[in-house]
Design a protein around this ligand. Structure first.
Ligand code: NAD
Ligand code: GLY
Length: 373
């Protein structure tokens, strides 16, 4: 048995397995940890009456859970229409959004038709953008099925698709009516997807929660092997960190930028390696290796050897050739820069992030050399 962590003091609105995201202004929405069998009743409880209901998912998730979700919604008085897209990043495309519009209009969408995003972050981002824009917005329900989606992408309202000019460049902030995460669904995830999600989990701990970091460190081999006894606690703690951050800064004016820890290095690595060559989670883990090294090099109190050993478990053992000059150039072009200034997230210590704007090329080079070593 794994000890439960004490309640996260930053979150006061936790009731049972429901945590409410209280944005700085406007409507709060709950993030609920519950069985998928509760979906229809949770929709009713949140004012989504029976009738037409759309579900968007991908082939893999449809195969595993499509029929079950459809039956449970139908039993709950919903008339389900399901659209299944190809799995993977390529589905985050305006052409696919356009296909979804065609389907929705043919099926008689109206402003009250709920749309359920059943899948990983790709489905959540794509479906969220579709729900935000069709008829200027219909109710959105996230049912995240990957670790990345449960602890990160289904919380905080970022939706969007990719563009030939870059990843996630088209999108909007759009709040779901609620997010319902069933941690049991993580049992069918391929190992590589579990590790992708662990990158985000470890990121959350490193930037915001030293107690959680210590829990992860001391249970690391059970964490990486996905011991079922600790999954609910891991998800709930990682979720609560994301909720805490976005509740304070929904639109990424300041604090939310700390969620980009490892991402400026990671995006450059993904881009230069060739999208799809290194998974996003693995690229972020490499990026966090670089960021931790630089934090330690600047004299911050980061236990580099210990953290780096965990991060190495989340990165591939063989990497494609990535010239550091190209990586550097790509980082300087990152969309998170403001004007000519690169806002880099480093650690002050485990559990405390800082934003620095004065990283020099020689520091970035050395950090990249370390991460790729
Ligand atoms: P994904 O959605 O591509 O899912 C990964 C793979 O797992 C897919 O092949 C999928 O079919 C499969 N899968 C999903 N659930 C499964 C299950 N329960 N069992 C078996 N297989 C399952 O990838 P992801 O890592 O979930 O999400 C990555 C995307 O999320 C990226 O596009 C990224 O930009 C986005 N993202 C968005 C935010 C945000 O705040 N909106 C945050 C982080 C990431
Ligand atoms: N995953 C980064 C963010 O939600 O801001």
């Amino acid at each position: 048995m794994f000890p439960r962590l004490s309640a996260n003091p930053m979150l006061e609105e936790r009731t049972g397995d429901k945590v409410v995201v209280p944005p700085p202004t406007g409507r709060p929405y709950p993030v609920i940890t519950a069985s998928r069998s509760q979906l229809a009743q949770t929709m009713h409880a949140h004012g989504l009456a029976g009738g037409r209901c759309f579900v968007v998912t991908d082939d893999n998730v449809a195969e595993l859970y499509g029929a079950e979700i459809e039956t449970s919604l139908t039993d709950g008085d919903f008339e389900v229409s399901m659209q299944i897209v190809q799995p993977g990043e390529a589905a985050k495309d305006l052409e696919i959004v356009s296909d979804l519009y065609r389907w929705a209009f043919a099926e008689g969408v109206d402003r009250s038709t709920p749309v359920v995003a059943l899948g990983g972050g790709v489905i959540g981002d794509l479906t969220g953008f579709f729900a935000a824009t069709v008829l200027r917005g219909v109710p959105l329900v996230h049912v995240p099925t990957t670790l990345v989606a449960q602890v990160d992408s289904s919380i905080g309202g970022k939706t969007g698709v990719n563009h030939v000019s870059g990843k996630n460049l088209i999108g909007s902030f759009y709040r779901p009516t609620f997010t319902l995460a069933d941690t049991e669904m993580l049992g069918t995830l391929p190992d590589v997807e579990w590790r992708n999600g662990l990158s985000e989990v470890l990121k959350h701990a490193l930037i915001r929660d030293a107690v959680f970091y210590e829990w992860l460190r001391s249970n690391w081999s059970d964490v990486t092997s996905r011991s079922s006894a600790l999954v609910p606690e891991l998800v709930s703690r990682a979720m609560s960190i994301k909720i805490d951050v976005v509740a304070q800064d929904e639109f990424e004016g300041g604090l939310r930028r700390i969620l980009n820890f490892g991402h400026t290095f990671g995006h450059a690595i993904e881009r230069i390696a060739g999208f799809g060559t290194i998974g996003h989670g693995a690229a972020v883990a490499l990026g966090m290796r670089a960021a931790c090294w630089l934090s330690a090099d600047r004299g911050r109190s980061v236990p580099l050897t210990e953290v780096d050993a965990m991060l190495r478990d989340l990165t591939p053992s063989r990497l494609p050739r990535m010239p550091v000059d190209w990586l550097l150039q790509s980082m300087r072009r990152d969309k998170k820069r403001i004007g000519d200034t690169l806002h880099l997230i480093l650690l002050e210590s485990v559990g405390r992030a800082e934003i620095v704007t004065d990283a020099t090329d020689s520091e970035l080079r050395a950090a990249l050399d370390f991460a790729l070593s």
